[in-house]
Design a binder for this molecule. Sequence first.
Ligand SMILES: C[S@@+](CC[C@H](N)C(=O)[O-])C[C@H]1O[C@@H](n2cnc3c(N)ncnc32)[C@H](O)[C@@H]1O
Length: 260
Amino acid sequence: MFSRLAILLYAIVSYAVFTVSFLYALGFVGNYVVPKSIDQGTDVGSLTEAILVNLLLMSLFAIQHSVMARPAFKRWWTKVLPVACERSTYVLLSSLILLLLFWQWRPIPIPVWQTSGIVAWLLTGVHWLGWLIAFASTHMIDHFDLFGLRQAFSALRGTEPEDHSFKAPLLYKIVRHPIMLGFLLAFWATPEMTAGHLLFALANTAYILAALQFEERDLIAEFGETYRQYRRRVPMLVPRLFARTRTKDHDVARSIGVPR
Ligand SMILES: C[S@@+](CC[C@H](N)C(=O)[O-])C[C@H]1O[C@@H](n2cnc3c(N)ncnc32)[C@H](O)[C@@H]1O
């Protein structure tokens, strides 16, 4: 019982650290409220140093986030620590690396574009819509499973967590990766783009496109023909025109047996 409570406490702490890192990310990328953001900070240094340090920080996140998500790594890792802690540990390490990135980020405040008036308002709106899409989409597949809390509560009750099942609700009927689409909108839609922000957006776009190849390979291995059909019918990141999407929704619903 004690170890189950410890696992739950660990999951709650991981989730709290994730919440802090997510809230800080809103301020960091949008240059709001936080003491050090993507374009603000005193530790500017040389341009070369700034590019190298920033690329290193983003690579660290990318390596941890992708290596620890692979099934082969999870199989090995869960021989070392309890299965119920695996996702929380992943979330905790990702969040800590993000906080390190925010702390050590070198701003490069060279202007790339600057907008004002209605264009600036529109870009700010799309930026916030992106964060909203990303956050809401975590609830569409399973927010508490993604962040390790469901696994810890199952362990506390002494039950097995439910099997990971294929889902395609709401935004997942429009694109296959709405969380990543949300991040891309939040990273790119800004009224004032600087060289540092552009580096952040470019590197993360490259990472997301690469990471999705690995994620989809695993999803095909897990869900087989269901995911293959889903891939054929629903676009990866860019929604199709409305009329075509309606037809695709119909087909997806039929192919995965979702009642309409
Ligand atoms: C951080 S989430 C990102 C999900 C998706 N790439 C997106 O951008 O919305 C990664 C987890 O979601 C799971 N996942 C992705 N698509 C899924 C789907 N359609 N049904 C169930 N799980 C899914 C993956 O197996 C992985 O564990």
